[in-house]
Each structure stands twice: as structure tokens, then as C-alpha cells.
Design a protein around this ligand. Structure first.
Ligand code: IMP
Length: 425
């Protein structure tokens, strides 16, 4: 049973990049199972800071296979750029592969994402604008292009049909559109060129993954975004367009679920959210500003300031249940240093009825009131502490409180941005 799933247990940007980076050094292969370049990971190594959007952060370890699985949606322009900048910094990308079955994010997907966000709804979703939703929609409508198509001789024909359809769709949103798509022939040429550059990387990653599993090799299945952004179990419609939960890791990689060894959930010592949607434990502005500055809480992909809130235990507990999380990696504990008393949501009152469970469909309901407990904080600098016993008592008590409330063991605690700033409990 060689597959370990690592995923976000909150609202995205939990610090998964660092967690996956840490766990990948032991892995034979790391597979990203869903999402596209809406995700963003920052990993800090001795070689400097790496900001990755598509390529799994395992690429920063030597000889680790890194796949973008069939469940991903891939912008080939972005992929070629990212691989190029990794190569330029001396990173060996020869172990990288992208599934031939992964869908291609086309320029019209980005335009439609931008034009369509909020259409037919009360508010905008605040998507990353990377074309993710429209690309998944076309996949489900069975009229998408897959990575393998970039290498096929009938690319021009497929593209001409889609181009006509997509131009008409764009016109529906915006007649007399200021949006001008490149003509189909030009687009086909560009894609063929990209296909040429990516030819050696496009592979049957699902078959490769099964082969690794059959040989008993350890595989890390990396989820992008977070549980509350899952298309089914998240705060719909304020979600992304894929399955971010543990089940999605198998559909998105082609590994059979019987290979599951365990599920690790990554959670921050507080919560953040980018874009619209409910976040019941959101902090008031001055406090949120402090946390945002200290935690550098700005989107890796969009640069947008992230909304900040207190740790929400019922939400994390829900994520543990939906994903079957066996252990939690708690990140960014150091950001809470010097904050004074720290609040934690322990339960919710719904129509005056106390409850510590939290169905996602109620998350953010105006009838839902978070109930907080307040615990003393700490002022000692804990940045980079790597020994549990060296943490101040109040910091240890805080971690133990979260563990008690969520009911799942916190196995690692991150205390700084560097790869090694971590406590193994
Ligand atoms: P989309 O994934 O671009 O369609 O955006 C849908 C929602 O998911 C928006 O609220 C985004 O801000 C959010 N989102 C998408 N990707 C990420 C991520 O990697 N981390 C955190 N939020 C994300």
C-alpha cells in the first residue's frame, strides 16, 4: 500500500508546498491529481525561493518522478515557461511528466473565466482567472483538448471547430467583444510548437504510476487547493471546479484506491481565504492586516491579499472526516507569535442549537454563529524552532488544544518558511 495522499484541510494555501516538499524526498514519485495553475506553492531551499504553479514541488529533490496527473488541467504556455525557469536555475526536470489525458487550458478558457465570473449569480466568485472552471466544463461536455492532442496530426481540424464555438460563446458574454482570440491557424501553430517542446514529457502517467505501485514504490498524491474548495464538499458555489478531497486523488492519478496507505491533512495555525465565499472566523481588519503581513498572506498565483481568520476547529474536523485524515501537518505557528490572546472556533450555534459538526452547506449561513475560546498567546520568538520541548508552554498548549478539538494527531509543526523549519512530534 504505497500511496500517501497529502491535501489541504482548510480553504487552500495551507502551506502544502512545504509539506509535499518535505515528504517527497522519501518518495519515488509525486503526482498532482487536480487543478491547474490556479494553485501556487512557495518552497524555500538552499538554492533560494521557488514559486511553482504547475510542476509538483517534489521536482526540487533529485531523482523523484513528478507527474501532473490526468485530473489536472494544464496551460501549456505556462508549463513551458515554468519548466524553462526551473531549468535556468539548475533544476533537473528530466523526471517530470504530464499525463497525455490531462486537459489543455486554452486562451478562450481564460477569457471565459474572466467574462463569466459571477454571471447568473448574486456575486462574483473571485476566481484566479486562469481558465480553470471553463476548462473543466469543456472536459465534462466532452469537447476539450487533451495533452495528447498536441501531438496529433488532426490538431488543426479539432481546433478550427472549437475556435468557432468558443468565439460564439465569448460573443454571448460580450457582443462587440474587445476580446480577440488568435486565429485558429495561428493557435494551431503555437500549440504544435508547444507540443514539440513538451513531447518528451507527455506520457501515460497513470500506467507509470500503477507500475510503480506494483513494484511497491512509495507514491505521494498531492492535492491542490483545499477541502472547503472541493466542488462537492466545499462551500459551493465558492469553490474550485475539481475534487480536492482524498477520493479525487485516485480519479486524478489513475491509481486504484486500494493503494492508499494514509491521508495527511495540511492545516495552518489560523485560516486564510482568497476570493469570495464564507469564512465565519474572519478576523477584524487591523488584526487581519497584522497576520497578513507577518504570514506574507498574498496569493502566489494572483498576488491578491488573503483574508485571514482564526483556526476553525469544526471546519478542520469536517475536513478530517471527509478525507479520512490520519495525521495533520500544522503550518505557520510562528506567525501567531506576539499576537496576544488567540481565539479558536470550538463549535457553532445554529438557530440557538450548539453543534460541533459543520455540514459545508451551512458553512457561512447567517444563522450560524461561531463560538470561540480564547487562550493566552506567547511572545518568545519561535521562528525556526525544530524541537517540541523548545517551544514556549503556551505555544505547545495551543497545538495540543487544536489536536484535542479536531480529534486527529498533529504530527508535524512548521515554525518558519525554510524547508527545515519543522518540528517532528
Ligand atoms: P478557480 O479555481 O480559479 O476557479 O477559483 C475558484 C475559487 O478557488 C476562488 O475563490 C479562488 O481564489 C480559489 N482558489 C483556486 N485555487 C486556489 C489555491 O490554490 N489556493 C487557494 N484558493 C484557491
Amino acid at each position: 500500500m504505497p500511496a500517501l495522499v497529502v491535501l489541504g484541510a482548510q480553504l487552500g494555501y495551507e502551506g502544502k508546498g512545504k509539506a509535499v516538499d518535505l515528504l517527497s524526498q522519501e518518495a519515488h514519485a509525486v503526482i498532482r491529481c487536480q487543478g491547474g495553475d490556479n494553485a501556487g506553492h512557495t518552497v524555500i531551499t538552499d538554492k533560494g525561493t521557488f514559486k511553482l504553479h504547475l510542476v509538483p514541488s517534489g521536482i526540487l529533490w533529485p531523482n523523484v518522478w513528478c507527474f501532473l496527473g490526468n485530473g489536472c488541467v494544464v496551460d501549456p504556455w505556462e508549463l513551458v515557461t515554468e519548466l524553462g525557469s526551473l531549468r535556468a536555475r539548475g533544476v533537473d526536470v528530466s523526471y517530470f511528466r504530464v499525463s497525455a489525458l490531462a486537459h489543455v487550458v486554452m486562451p478562450w478558457h481564460r477569457e471565459l473565466d474572466r467574462l463569466g465570473d459571477g454571471v447568473g449569480m448574486a456575486t462574483k466568485l473571485g476566481t484566479t482567472g486562469r481558465g480553470i472552471g471553463p476548462c473543466y466544463a469543456d472536459k465534462m461536455l466532452r469537447r476539450g483538448l487533451r495533452m495528447a492532442d498536441l501531438l496529433e496530426p488532426d490538431l488543426d481540424l479539432k481546433l478550427a471547430r472549437l475556435h468557432a464555438l468558443k468565439s460564439a460563446e465569448i460573443d454571448m458574454f460580450q457582443p462587440r467583444a474587445s476580446v480577440v482570440l488568435p486565429p485558429p491557424g495561428k493557435l494551431a501553430d503555437a500549440l504544435r510548437l508547444l507540443g514539440g517542446e513538451l513531447r518528451d514529457f507527455i506520457a501515460d502517467t497513470d500506467a507509470m504510476a500503477r507500475k510503480f505501485a506494483n513494484a511497491g514504490e512509495d507514491i505521494l498524491l498531492e492535492g491542490a487547493q483545499g477541502t472547503m474548495l472541493d466542488i462537492d464538499f466545499g462551500t459551493y458555489p465558492y469553490v474550485t471546479s475539481s475534487s480536492t478531497t482524498a477520493a479525487g486523488a485516485f480519479a486524478g492519478s489513475g491509481l486504484p484506491p486500494r493503494e492508499l496507505a494514509g491521508v495527511i491533512g495540511v492545516a495552518k495555525a489560523y485560516v486564510t481565504r482568497v476570493g469570495e465565499g464564507p469564512m465565519p472566523s474572519e478576523m477584524p481588519a487591523p488584526l487581519a492586516d497584522t497576520v497578513r503581513q507577518r504570514g506574507m498572506e498574498f496569493g502566489v498565483t494572483t498576488g491578491r491579499p488573503r483574508r485571514c481568520g482564526w483556526f476553525d476547529a469544526p471546519q478542520a474536523k469536517y475536513a478530517c472526516e471527509v478525507n479520512g485524515i490520519d495525521g495533520i501537518i500544522l503550518t505557520k505557528l510562528d506567525v501567531l507569535t506576539g499576537m496576544g490572546p488567540i481565539k479558536v472556533v470550538t463549535s457553532y450555534e445554529f438557530d440557538n442549537d450548539g453543534r460541533d459538526d459543520l455540514p459545508a452547506r451551512l458553512y457561512g449561513s447567517p444563522k450560524l454563529t461561531p463560538i470561540y475560546t480564547e487562550v493566552p498567546g506567547w511572545d518568545e520568538d519561535i521562528a525556526g524552532v525544530r524541537d517540541w520541548s523548545k517551544l514556549p508552554d503556551n505555544a505547545r498548549r495551543y497545538v495540543e488544544l487544536l489536536q484535542r478539538l479536531v480529534g486527529v494527531e498533529i504530527v508535524l509543526v512548521a515554525t518558519g518558511p525554510h524547508r527545515d523549519d519543522i518540528i517532528d512530534r
